[in-house]
Design a protein around this ligand. Sequence first.
Ligand SMILES: [Zn+2]
Length: 258
Amino acid sequence: MVREQDLAAALRAELAAVEPARACCRRAERAGLGMAATGRARSAGVARLAVRLDADRAAVDTFDWHRAEEHCRVAWLRGCFLARGSLSLTPSGTHLEFVLPIVEAPALVERLLEMGLPGSWRVRRGQGVVTWKGRETVLGFLRRAGASASTLELESVAVTRALHGDLNRVLNAENANLRRTVLSAVRQVTAIEALERSGRLRGLPAHLRLVADVRRRAPESTLSELAALSGITRPRVQRALERLESLADEHPVGSGVG
Ligand SMILES: [Zn+2]
């Protein structure tokens, strides 16, 4: 979906625009960017981010994960995502992955686990691929990393989609009912016209003639509507229509006037 691709791009832009307040976090994010910050940036946004962070003269190799505070770890992870992550939003699910050298993959998985964001990794075309599949994990990371507006949008897309699903189910159910209503109305009108052509309609009890008349005037109406129009209860309307159909069947058109 185009909308969801736009959303993934907006999310990445929002994260790239986050301005870490603390110097320690700026260093951590610069370290997370890694190679992306040394002339191999994947986008102009990431390149600009690297330049902004470099203004602190932060060194890539000064980040110590084990001693780092939570805020620095989040900053590091944001840099890591901007440099090597990709997000895929499809109707079937939310998927975020980091592509990095195979030797770095197990360490990343360990770090993510420490942050309560469990992932898994595998090898794909000679690269290590660390993946989160659960929607909650992905959204949890995005929120912590600072993509609040996009994350909210992402959640509203999910809600909208759920609503659409419900609506479609309701519409389909209504269509099925509508089809049934139309088909039985067609059968009933056909029966009533056959009875009239054969001259037997005028000899029928008054309530049958009334129901026949109302049905022909309102072929699209439901039984409840026919009941309201005729002043006869719904069950009696239903029985009258069934009676009209069976009478027409007893003496098909062309069998002569009784
Ligand atoms: Zn920090």
